[in-house]
Design a protein around this ligand. Structure first.
Ligand SMILES: *[C@@H]1O[C@H](CO)[C@@H](O)[C@H](O)[C@H]1NC(C)=O
Ligand SMILES: *[C@@H]1O[C@H](CO)[C@@H](O)[C@H](O)[C@H]1NC(C)=O
Ligand SMILES: *[C@@H]1O[C@H](CO)[C@@H](O)[C@H](O)[C@H]1NC(C)=O
Ligand SMILES: *[C@@H]1O[C@H](CO)[C@@H](O)[C@H](O)[C@H]1NC(C)=O
Ligand SMILES: *[C@@H]1O[C@H](CO)[C@@H](O)[C@H](O)[C@H]1NC(C)=O
Ligand SMILES: *[C@@H]1O[C@H](CO)[C@@H](O)[C@H](O)[C@H]1NC(C)=O
Ligand SMILES: *[C@@H]1O[C@H](CO)[C@@H](O)[C@H](O)[C@H]1NC(C)=O
Length: 453
């Protein structure tokens, strides 16, 4: 009892400290996504009501949305247009966005996805996946969709995008899905995107999926789905560059943020990496991972920075995952200032995660994983601190851990680190990591990472 009271007290202390850090880091460093995408004021402001939109929760508004967006595209104003959604519940089928538009959800506005699966058109699989992620062939179009767009803002006064995912989760559970489930938002081949000040709820599948995109900002989002909802990843930057995710709360049934870049032979031949991904001040919980890279990383993932991350009730805090057949280079990944409360595993880096698109994958296409810095991590009630398993013929190198503390359940020691086929270094890590990470190579592989020690 004594221990428990103490740990709760400690946790509160950390929470207070963290709030302090959040406030001071925004104010002191001024580090934000701003600058990546210019904020735009629109010349024109049209309301969905002008197109016959009815926010009564039962009227189907697909036609109103498609017409409003057609109108914005057709007018093609230089300064673009804002589509205003007043307070109310707007049931609608999926629709395409267009360039130079702001979709603005007023306070109390809800865009509610129809549960009539016949209203969801099928679209082609992504070339870097070669097939639907779940089922062969095409996949359901995302609720909000964009292809080849630029200058798109989706924002408002914390209005809600409601996916009504239940029906899809049940089809998955009952194995009656014909095609891969839809994302809530997918933007493909697009640039200069801001998604901010919104709530996403109950996505059928991954919530937000920018793929082959550049210059994308996500901030002030709330993304929620039940812990047992299948594959409801929060934000999955995929084969995209200069993506910034900040000040966001995510609590879903799968990885909160997962950086990807295509699947096995399809991803290798498409060859589009994810690069320049910033994840900052993200808070949340999940039975899977908090910050993830993978497992689909065949185009490569590099220059990822995740910092000031607060996680609770996690499967895995930080998870870098790949597999044989993936190929791709994962490098220069930095994760720092992570607070974790209750996790099965603190850190997992492994080369045997995820399935293959088909039997045509090349078992000799081994991934490269190197130059990973994980530092300033504080975790409490972490059952296992870390598991790092490289591949025998492609060992992970330059895995540098510093200033990490994981304690187990109150009064209990957590289980030991496990490592194989890995090299790197560790300083100020508790409990002591495996010998592979305590070897003499620290000076070389981890010299820059450990500069201050
Ligand atoms: C857009 O128009 C709506 C009324 O239709 C108004 O309430 C809202 O404030 C306007 N927004 C902007 C940014 O002008
Ligand atoms: C919109 O206008 C721009 C020039 O401002 C032009 O380049 C573009 O082709 C137009 N798009 C459409 C769909 O008419
Ligand atoms: C949406 O855009 C895609 C291509 O980006 C196109 O194939 C599809 O027909 C469009 N759907 C609708 C309903 O406009
Ligand atoms: C936005 O709404 C969600 C609930 O839908 C709430 O949990 C969250 O705190 C709200 N965010 C802001 C900034 O008001
Ligand atoms: C979201 O809200 C924040 C804080 O109120 C504001 O600074 C920001 O400009 C808003 N984002 C957009 C895209 O309007
Ligand atoms: C590593 O990534 C960071 C961004 O997280 C970038 O600033 C830095 O230049 C990269 N370093 C190398 C050696 O590529
Ligand atoms: C170690 O990490 C904690 C966060 O877990 C941070 O507050 C502290 O400043 C770090 N110590 C050093 C010496 O960097």
């Amino acid at each position: 009892m004594h221990d428990r009271g103490f740990s709760i007290l400690l946790w509160f202390g950390v929470a207070v400290l963290l709030i302090h850090c959040l406030v001071s880091s925004v104010n002191a460093d001024g580090v934000t996504c701003s600058g990546i995408v210019p904020m735009k004021h629109r010349d024109e402001n049209i309301s969905i009501a002008d197109f016959g939109g009815v926010g009564d929760g039962v009227t189907l508004n697909t036609k109103a949305f498609r017409e409003a967006i057609y109108r914005i595209r057709y007018l093609n104003r230089t300064g673009g247009a804002l589509l205003y959604i007043p307070s109310g519940e707007y049931l609608t089928g999926p629709f395409n966005l267009t360039s130079r538009m702001t979709l603005y959800l007023a306070r109390g506005a809800v865009l509610k996805a129809t549960v009539d699966t016949n209203k969801w058109p099928l679209i082609a699989p992504l070339p870097s996946y070669g097939r639907g992620r779940e089922r062969l062939g095409g996949r359901y179009m995302s609720f909000l969709h964009g292809d080849g767009l630029h200058d798109v803002i989706i924002t408002g006064e914390n209005g809600t995008i409601e996916g009504q995912g239940d029906i899809w989760w049940n089809m998955w559970r009952q194995r009656t899905l014909q095609y891969t489930r839809p994302n809530l938002v997918e933007l493909k081949n697009s640039r200069d995107i801001i998604i901010s000040n919104l709530t996403f709820k109950n996505s059928p599948f991954w919530n937000i999926h920018p793929v082959y995109c550049s210059n994308v900002v996500f901030n002030y989002l709330t993304i929620v789905a039940p812990a047992d909802s299948p594959n409801t990843d929060g934000i999955d930057p995929d084969s995209s560059t200069d993506v910034c995710i900040e000040d966001t709360y995510i609590s879903t049934g799968d990885d909160l943020v997962a950086v990807k870049s295509g699947w096995d032979e399809y991803g290798i031949s498409y060859g589009r990496p994810s690069r320049g991904i910033t994840i900052r001040r993200v808070t949340g919980s999940s039975p899977f991972a908090g910050i993830a890279v993978g497992s689909e990383t065949s185009g490569g993932v590099e220059d990822v920075l995740a910092e000031h991350i607060t996680l609770s009730n996690m499967g895995v805090g930080i998870h870098l995952k790949t597999n044989i057949g993936r190929g791709g280079v994962i490098r220069n990944i930095t994760v720092s200032n992570v607070y974790m409360y209750k996790a099965r595993k603190g850190i997992k880096i492994s080369g045997d995660v995820g399935d293959h698109p088909d039997e045509k994958y090349n078992p000799n296409a081994l991934p490269v994983l190197k130059d990973v810095t994980i530092k300033d991590v504080w975790g409490e009630r972490v059952q296992q601190p870390g598991l790092v398993h490289g591949l025998k013929n492609a060992p992970f190198t330059g895995i540098c851990l510093s200033n990490i503390s994981f304690t187990g359940a109150p009064g209990m020691r957590n289980s030991p680190w496990q490592c194989s086929d890995v090299s790197g270094g560790a300083v100020q890590v508790s409990p002591l990591p495996c010998s592979e990470l305590m070897s003499s190579q620290q000076a070389g592989e981890c010299a820059s990472s450990f500069a201050k020690w």
